[in-house]
Design a protein around this ligand. Structure first.
Ligand code: CUK
Ligand code: CUA
Length: 642
């Protein structure tokens, strides 16, 4: 039989199954599947706190959102790769540099994955990382302030999907090309020269253990496959990183068919400790690479953006024993490492089984050179030699796997729209539960750590259909919460999310709560435009550039009558919030601001740029209801003809 037509048919068959399962996916018996005590399990009484913070990726909205679990209450939206009118992120002069790239200001990206920082493989509550898929970037959010603290662009890359997963002690966060591209040299090549000219890269971004600052330590040039997801080893596999890759066919068109031709693709295993040594030993070379590196300084209340010019590139041909390919059926999506670090789970979207690999066997196969040919000159480990076992008939369309604290794994099944629980040791299916509908990622509390908390699991679904009241053609995104404390998984809550959620990670509330910043101390504010008291307010002029040093305190802005501004002036309103009480932000907006509002937290300074393009009187006011006299918190700007 022609293997290609066979593959094509099986891909078609799965598409057909997908269509059937969607049409027949009315929530038959969904209500009945809910246990009688579900309500009490998710009920968090008024005034009480949730047990977990859940950090959820925002997908194409470029944000991250924070929910309380088990209630499913939305606590916060953190803008990362998008401007956000609510707090002026990307609009204020202080935060605009955060969205700078080598292509200029790019206020949008596709945020797929979350990684909470860990120490010894356990959550430490310091930072949460996020990837930008489109203009390749990695962001770091500070969990003291719940603000985006840093964004680094990834050069020599396109489609940063397999990111920002981290090593056990947050030594590195990684990035890998989803789209191979011409990496160095002339990029202007015919697309159908993909096989000769297109390459991938894996980037290891070093995270400073005290400041969290990111720097690209080195990149590894790889064959031109599509990297999909990645996970670091743990414990015994600490030195390794595993990247799932599809399109080992190296197709550049109609990937739906052409990238599914082979029976197996790969998981690429990278010995990052070795890579680190090669980099130190001078095996790499500096290559030109333009990328932005943006840092928000919480003392200066200001971001700076720097453009870097080169990066260290390792060619694995010069670095023996650094990368190996593990065959993985078929079109792998997720790759996940269990809490012990011994088992690596592959998820072939088109495979009818789930392969589980053994790290011990991988080491033996490397030592004994139990290879099964090469891929682009790199050894392929023999499938049977590194396999721990296969979960048979798990369902259709396995995507992602998470783990509990009792040796069980949970795999999301996109096509058959369910979660399957199985035992890692003997790879036996233990339970299955439907999701509504077509689950993508799933998240067990602490699931990717060395010590999962278990208890709850959340499904992030791709299709909402009839789960909520209709809101026109565009529906709320759908998540579902399950109780996994017993043998059987039990659905206990539906909760809508801002979209589109992909991955999420949850952390016990006490690991963050008590470190959360309440105010910024006004005396520590080093923003050069801060007015630390009303006596320091002033208006200065330099040519057509006007600086208004303004303060806000309940319930007035100072100065509140500003004259002497001429048409054509560029006015910078530097507003310092003098409050030193928790939860008293002030906002600032002005008519025709050709911008947005800014929201200023107690003790900080934020700047709104205003182009005085018209003559007239322009009111400004505080946008955040801050006291009984909030409505009185206003003023006027007079713009006169030049
Ligand atoms: S991906 Cu979305 S369901 Cu971008 Cu991690 Cu698998
Ligand atoms: Cu300040 Cu309202």
């Amino acid at each position: 039989m022609n293997p290609n037509s066979n593959r094509f048919l099986s891909a078609l068959a799965i598409t057909a199954i997908a269509a059937v399962s969607l049409n027949s996916c009315k929530p038959k018996g969904a209500e009945a599947a809910i246990s009688g005590d579900a309500a009490s399990k998710v009920y968090v009484a008024p005034g009480k706190y949730d047990e977990f913070y859940d950090f959820v990726s925002g997908g194409f909205n470029g944000q991250m959102s924070v929910y309380g679990i088990p209630s499913g209450r939305l606590l916060r939206i953190i803008p990362v790769f998008s401007t956000f009118a609510e707090n002026g992120y990307g609009f204020s002069e202080e935060t605009k540099p955060m969205l700078n790239t080598s292509h200029g200001f790019v206020p949008w990206d596709d945020l797929h994955h979350i990684a909470l920082s860990t120490t010894n493989g356990e959550h430490d509550g310091r930072w949460v990382f996020a990837n930008g898929n489109n203009t390749p970037r990695i962001a770091r959010v500070d969990l003291k302030s719940f603000r985006t603290a840093e964004i680094i662009e990834i050069p020599n890359s396109a489609g940063n999907h397999s990111s920002p997963f981290i090593t056990e002690n947050t030594e590195y966060t990684v990035a890998g090309t989803r789209f191979s591209i011409p990496i160095q040299g002339n990029p202007d090549v015919p697309i159908n020269t993909y096989k000769q000219n297109f390459k991938g890269t894996i980037s290891f971004v070093k995270v400073d253990s005290s400041t969290g600052h990111m720097n690209i330590a080195f990149q590894i040039l790889t064959p031109g496959v599509n990297f999909d997801l990645s996970r670091a080893g743990k414990g015994k596999s600490h030195d390794w990183f595993f990247f799932s890759c599809y399109n080992s066919e190296k197709a550049n068109t109609l990937l739906e068919v052409n990238a599914s031709a082979k029976d197996k693709d790969f998981i690429m295993a990278v010995n990052w400790k070795k890579a680190e040594q090669y980099a130190k030993a001078g095996k790499g070379k500096m290559v030109p690479a333009e990328y932005a590196h943006n840092i928000y300084d919480e003392v200066k209340h200001q971001a700076t953006s720097t453009i870097e010019k080169q990066v260290l590139m390792l060619d694995p041909k010069d670095c023996p024993d650094m990368i190996y390919f593990i065959p993985c059926p078929k079109s792998p999506h997720g790759t996940d490492v269990d809490p012990t670090g011994e088992y690596i789970v592959g998820s072939g979207k088109l495979a009818a089984l789930i392969p589980v690999f053994s790290f011990t066997k991988i080491q033996q196969a490397i030592a004994n050179k139990t290879f099964d040919g090469t891929f682009d000159g790199f050894p392929i480990l023999k499938y049977e030699a590194v396999l721990h076992g296969e979960v048979q008939k798990p369902g259709l369309g396995p995507l992602h796997t998470e783990f509990d604290n009792n040796g069980n794994a949970y795999t999301s099944m996109f096509v058959s729209s369910e979660i399957v629980k199985w035992n890692i040791k003997d790879v036996k299916v233990l339970d299955r539960v439907p999701t509504y509908y077509s689950i993508g990622h799933l998240s067990v509390m602490g699931g990717p750590t060395r010590k999962p908390y278990g208890k709850y699991m959340i499904a992030y679904n791709k299709i909402t259909k009839d789960r909520y009241l209709p809101t026109g053609p565009e529906l709320a995104q759908s998540a579902q919460l399950y109780d996994i404390s017993g043998d059987k998984m039990k659905m206990i809550l539906d909760f809508p999310t801002v979209g589109e959620p992909h991955y999420a990670e949850a952390i016990p509330a006490e690991k963050i709560r008590n470190n959360s910043i309440k105010i910024y101390k006004i005396e520590e504010n080093q923003n050069p435009y801060a007015a630390k008291g009303e006596a320091q307010t002033k208006v200065t002029r330099n040519g057509n550039e006007v600086h208004v040093y303004m303060t806000a305190i309940r319930s007035h802005l100072t100065p509140d009558n500003i004259e002497g501004i001429q048409q054509g002036d560029v006015v910078y309103f530097h507003v310092t919030n003098l409050e030193q009480d928790w939860d008293v932000p002030h906002g600032f907006a002005i008519k025709n601001a050709n911008n947005a509002e800014i929201l200023i937290m107690p003790g900080e300074t934020q700047t709104l740029k205003y182009i005085a393009d018209k003559v007239g009187i322009f009111p400004f006011y505080c946008t955040d209801f801050c006291s009984a006299l909030h409505q009185e918190m206003q003023g006027y700007l007079r713009v006169s003809p030049k």
